[in-house]
Ligand binder design. Structure first.
Ligand SMILES: Cc1ncc(COP(=O)(O)O)c(C=O)c1O
Length: 326
């Protein structure tokens, strides 16, 4: 077990670019807290500042520093046309003085809206792929990287969602920020709840919990994968990240609930949309429909059923609002 100071010291060995507004604020959700007789707070990672904010900016601080260390001058990332990650990677690359290439799948849209509008504004070079298959986007991105290398560029290939151990360090740090915030508020959280997609955010939180022996629970509400797939994936990512920091994680620390995905990834659900409306109307907070709305729907269902014992809960708002304007 490490002390908080020791974990901070180990994290400080990794190079990092500072382009986010940290620490992000923590806001008490008054209406929901009173309705369910709990203390519910929202950590506003949608306010990290980088090109409209979101969870990816924490990962990108470490990933771009790594790219710089390797002497890269071009960055290639792929995702859907409304990828939050691609939008934020485009911003991080431009701040780091790197050429940004985005391979965006699912066809060429007639009009640039939401994240795509921002990608263009940020100066990213956009390469559209007609296919809707992830494998095709990835192979197009690899071809592009090879072409750029042959033209003399040194390319940094962005991992999916930034979810590799170096990027995940950003969420180990976020976990320490949460503990500090709890101390400032005089509250010891029993649960942290958030949207889990490619698993990096959850892996980072789990590493923080395990390395310092935090007794609370972390619950990832899946927005895409089945629990049977996401739990081992998060465990693998968390184990690799913990190894970078000289520690280990246990299987029991990884908990995913996949009951709020609905039909599929990125297809809004009725209860997700109701959660978005409730948060907008009662708390003044705008969630998105792909990630945070579904995660909040899960959290509200847990509260309804009294499934969060202790009642001191932190929800992480991981961003994603540009999608609302797509
Ligand atoms: C707004 C938002 N929330 C949550 C997530 C999920 O984060 P992770 O991929 O680290 O699980 C993403 C990932 O794209 C996202 O864009």
């Amino acid at each position: 077990m490490l002390t908080i100071q020791e974990l901070k010291r180990r994290l400080s060995y990794f190079p990092r670019l500072n382009f986010s507004l940290l620490p992000t604020p923590c806001q008490r959700l008054r209406f929901v807290s009173e309705k369910y007789g709990v203390e519910l707070y929202c950590k506003r990672d949608d306010l990290t500042g980088l090109a409209m904010g979101g969870n990816k900016s924490r990962k990108l601080e470490f990933l771009l520093a790594e790219a710089k260390e390797r002497g890269c001058d071009a960055l290639v990332a792929c995702g859907g046309v409304q990828s939050n990650f691609c939008r934020m990677a485009a911003s991080a690359a431009s701040l780091a003085g790197m050429e940004m290439h985005l391979v965006l799948g699912g066809g060429t849209p007639k009009e640039a809206r939401g994240n795509l509008l921002l990608d263009q504004m940020l100066g990213a070079k956009i390469h559209y792929v007609e296919s809707s298959e992830w494998e095709d986007w990835e192979s197009e991105a690899l071809d592009l990287a090879a072409r750029l290398e042959s033209e003399g560029k040194k390319v940094f290939m962005m991992p999916v969602g930034g979810s590799v151990p170096i990027g995940i360090l950003g969420y180990v740090e976020a976990f320490l920020e949460i503990l500090e915030e709890g101390e400032r508020l005089g509250i010891e959280f029993d649960h942290i709840v958030h949207a889990s997609g490619s698993g990096g955010t959850q892996a980072g939180l789990v590493v923080g919990k395990e390395l310092i022996g935090w007794p609370g629970r972390i619950l990832g509400i899946s927005v895409a994968m089945k629990k049977e797939k996401l739990e081992p994936h998060v465990l693998e990512l968390a184990s690799a990240t913990a190894a970078l920091l000289g520690g280990k994680v246990s299987k029991e620390a990884v908990k995913v609930d996949d009951r709020y995905v609905g039909e599929a990834y990125a297809i809004p659900t009725g209860r997700g949309n109701r959660a978005v409306e409730l948060m907008a109307r009662r708390e003044g907070i705008i969630l998105d429909r792909v990630y945070t709305g579904k995660a909040m729907a899960g959290l509200l269902d847990y509260l309804e059923q009294g499934m969060l014992p202790g009642g001191k809960i932190l929800f992480i708002h991981t961003g994603g609002q540009p999608e609302l304007f797509a």
